[in-house]
Design a protein around this ligand. Structure first.
Ligand SMILES: [Zn+2]
Length: 201
């Protein structure tokens, strides 16, 4: 077996988790020199439905459009015409260490790599993504941890950020609801709030 075939299995799993969290259009942005590398789930209109498309997101038909390739359900990359070693390396780095790469992207751009929103809240700016994206993508968000460490001398803004983070961490009651016989109705689902990476004042 060629181990390289499953190089991106982690990346694929991450997207599967986001889908399980009812994220309808999971997408990540990676920065490479002046280029943006975007990985997104192919939708039902694509012949590659369920696979991950890697482009610069310029849009199909745009002269600037770059197609780096796609990652299939086994975590193998099928190279596209614009794939370079650097882009492949960046994808590998993210697959191996999403937390660190997300943090670097956040610091570099000031935006969350998952939802593209500005990281206004200091905790999210430090972590590199907001509490909701952390939950949707199964990544740690350190606000609650930081608040616990400073509980003896609480700061209002740290506590507020921690409360938001903890509420988000604890709000998924799907399993509990299922155990109590509630039906998961689409209208009950909380829509993905794209403004959530900014902690409200
Ligand atoms: Zn986000």
């Amino acid at each position: 077996m060629n181990v390289n075939v499953n190089r991106f299995a982690n990346l694929y799993s991450l997207f599967q988790f986001a889908v399980s969290q009812k994220l309808k259009y999971p997408k990540i942005r990676l920065q490479f020199a002046q280029d943006t590398v975007v990985v997104k789930l192919a939708g039902s209109k694509s012949r590659y439905e369920g696979e991950l498309m890697v482009t610069n997101d310029a849009g199909y038909g745009s002269p600037d459009n770059k197609y780096f390739g796609r990652i299939d359900k086994n975590g193998a990359i099928i190279a596209g015409r614009d794939l370079t070693q650097a882009v492949e390396g960046l994808l590998e780095e993210f697959a191996a260490n999403p937390v660190e790469v997300a943090q670097r992207y956040g610091k570099l751009t000031g935006n969350c790599m998952f939802c593209d929103k500005k990281l206004d809240d200091p905790t999210s700016a430090a972590v590199g993504y907001g509490p909701v994206c952390a939950k949707k993508w199964n990544l740690p968000h350190s606000a609650a941890k930081q608040a616990r460490a400073s509980r003896k001398a609480p700061k209002a803004e740290v506590d507020a950020a921690a409360q938001v983070a903890e509420a988000n961490l604890n709000h998924d009651d799907t399993l509990e609801r299922a155990e109590h016989g509630y039906i998961d109705r689409p209208e009950d689902r909380v829509p993905f709030d794209s403004s959530i990476c900014i902690t409200p004042e």
